[in-house]
Design a protein around this ligand. Structure first.
Ligand SMILES: Cc1cc2nc3c(=O)[nH]c(=O)nc-3n(C[C@H](O)[C@H](O)[C@H](O)COP(=O)(O)O)c2cc1C
Length: 332
């Protein structure tokens, strides 16, 4: 039995959000310990991202970058922080995270609770010199920004993050902020992506590293909608897709009493299917990150075989701790 298996019953006796705060605090303190730091011997270039292995931390785990140094001491190939919005905001009222223990799943309706992009940028400026894995930021819009002005929020966040991080994820798939998923529709998506690419290209100087722009999509898109998003993403010059965010469906009919996005094992078949379809629409050689319900070597391998170049974990870590990361990175 490892340490996490001993700690998990204690963590699971607490409300999920408390348990998460406790975990993040422990990771923050772990970061200050003079323990070994992962020094990078070699990296692989995956679609322009120089990762130490193909397994990353998914967005939402460390929204405000409070534990960057601690997290970087684990085996992650890359870290995605956020989601952040231009202004800090409280998010939805509590309780807003629920465990479906029998299904190894979570349902959350946090609603982009975060301290704002500027607070996150300050943390990254402090920590980056000590961290040797690529860092990305997941960006969204404030809950009270009208959909017609959402682009301004994404541009605001991008400008602050640009040149400081390795990639920026355009979150157009969170189910917990009204309107965000509508940004995947043809009415908005082309303009949003085109403006961010233009902003990135015009602000990148010759001797400066180009910040990758990734779009994170929902597992609940129809095949036709997915094809539309993939075509737009490619034609507008976005560098990659992360598939997927959480689902508002309840594949096993459990958790119907909770509103919000479902993650963990029941999401896996949906995310896998989305990655497979996205790969067929995007063709080879376009960066595709698989995320959703990965928790062991078999699920990671299936996601890679479906076409994912990189993978990300969140809920698997909550249920299985760092062991699942270690096991997967042994083969990735
Ligand atoms: C509590 C919680 C908060 C999340 N917050 C975000 C977020 O802020 N931005 C985002 O793009 N995804 C967020 N996600 C989605 C994850 O990044 C990931 O896409 C999803 O959970 C599927 O992966 P998993 O099954 O490995 O958890 C969140 C997930 C959970 C469980």
């Amino acid at each position: 039995m490892n340490i996490y298996e001993l700690l998990r019953p204690i963590l699971f006796s607490l409300p999920p959000e408390w348990a998460h705060q406790l975990t993040l605090n422990a990771l923050r303190w772990y970061g200050y310990l003079p323990a070994k730091r992962n020094t990078v011997s070699s990296t692989i270039d995956v679609g322009g991202l120089h990762v130490v292995n193909r397994v990353g931390l998914a967005a939402g785990f460390d929204k405000d970058g409070v534990a960057i140094r601690g997290l970087s001491k684990f085996n992650f190939g890359f870290l995605e922080l956020g989601a952040v919005t231009p202004r800090g905001q409280q998010g939805n009222s509590r309780p807003r995270v629920f465990r479906l223990k029998n299904e190894f799943a979570l349902i959350n309706r946090l609603g982009f609770n975060n301290q704002g992009i500027d607070a996150l940028i300050r943390k990254i400026v402090n920590e980056k010199p000590r961290v040797c894995v690529p860092i990305g930021i997941n960006i969204g819009k404030n809950f009270d920004t009208p959909l017609e002005q959402a682009i301004d929020d994404y541009e605001y966040c991008f400008v602050r993050a640009n040149s400081l991080v390795d990639f920026v994820t355009i979150n157009i798939s969170s189910p917990n902020t009204p309107g965000v998923r509508e940004l995947q529709g043809m009415q908005y998506v082309q303009n949003l992506l085109a403006r961010l690419v233009r902003l990135r290209d015009s602000s990148t100087t010759n001797n400066q590293k180009r910040t990758l722009l990734l779009a994170k999509i929902s597992p609940d898109l129809s095949e036709q909608e997915l094809e539309g998003v993939c075509t737009t993403v490619r034609s507008e010059g976005i560098d990659g897709i992360i598939a997927t965010n959480t689902t508002t469906t309840r594949p096993n009919e459990n958790g119907e009493q909770y509103k919000g996005g479902l993650s963990g094992r029941p999401l896996f078949p949906l995310a896998l299917n989305c990655v497979r379809q996205a790969r067929s629409f995007l063709g080879e050689g376009f960066l595709l990150v698989g995320c959703g319900g990965i928790w062991d070597v078999a699920s990671a391998t299936k996601m890679r075989e479906a076409g994912a170049d990189l993978i990300q974990l969140y809920t698997g870590l909550v249920y299985h701790g760092p062991r699942c990361l270690r096991e997967i990175t042994l083969v990735e």
